[in-house]
Write a protein that binds this ligand. Sequence first.
Ligand code: C2E
Ligand code: MG
Ligand code: MG
Ligand code: MG
Length: 288
Amino acid sequence: RAKADGRGTFCFFRDEMAATVEARRILELDLRKALANEEFELFFQPLVNLKSGKITTCEALLRWNHPVRGTVSPVDIIPVAEDMGLIVDLGRWILRRACMECMKWPEGVSVAVNFSPQQFHQRDVLSEIRYALEVSGLPAHRLEIEITESSLLRNTQLTHDILSQLHALGVRISLDDFGTGYSSLSYLHNFPMQKVKIDRSFLEGIDTDRPLTLLRGVARLSADLGMSVVVEGIETNEQLELISADGTVTEGQGYLFSRPVPAVRIRQLLNASHGRRMPDDQLAVVSF
Ligand code: C2E
Ligand code: MG
Ligand code: MG
Ligand code: MG
């Protein structure tokens, strides 16, 4: 296409590329400063047990409060942090902060922390996790690590060993975004995992027959393999009813229950969910 349009277009592409490279360089510089400047924040989003309606777990989701750009999405942060090698420091901060926050919650509630492939395959991943539990005082069974298929498919023997050791430690492993990759669940089941989070793309058009059949199939298979099943991205009561119907799905997560919220707010939601008296009256009850 550049050829057909002649020289001018080519120059335009080159300028655009230079601009992209420059933007990226600035982003990297900003990211390096962000940890020291305490610009990162963890939001939390509940996972709700569909039978009891209680919050079982809260997932930590990274936010970057950039002084000029405003809130930057983790989707833009994590890949850049991985390329820069900053993911180890950032991941350490996230893990410790998440464990410390969980210590302020009712005892039955766990915290889920996302691990990027690079973070999961760093040499010291086990000591990082052990140390975070130690400094925070959080019991291992209240920590859940979310990894994706791509983490499992890399360096499989080593991955298996790490997961086994985490399992022995009492930390739970959750397979995030399941269904977006190409691996079969029966293969993935060779790894010690306790939970499958079915990607929210399975909810799209759930009112037409096919996607619901798919979702139910994946949910049943996970359950038959002994894993608990979460559906992510539940936004409507209709979706909730459909996925709750056959009792296979254990937990749900999505805007219907709550959007990701700041730490202060999640404490309020947890107190409400666990029947404690609220310090203030401005609480919006989790709606479902
Ligand atoms: P994820 O782990 O699958 O997290 C779920 C994402 O879906 C979150 O986006 C959440 O805000 C969004 N979501 C939840 N419920 C709904 C819903 O009902 N509807 C819709 N449309 N979206 C919903 P978020 O916070 O932007 O995070 C995006 C991804 O970035 C995460 O996907 C995760 O892969 C990654 N991420 C976030 N925080 C961290 C982190 O601390 N460490 C690492 N390594 N990755 C992170
Ligand atoms: Mg996740
Ligand atoms: Mg997910
Ligand atoms: Mg996702």
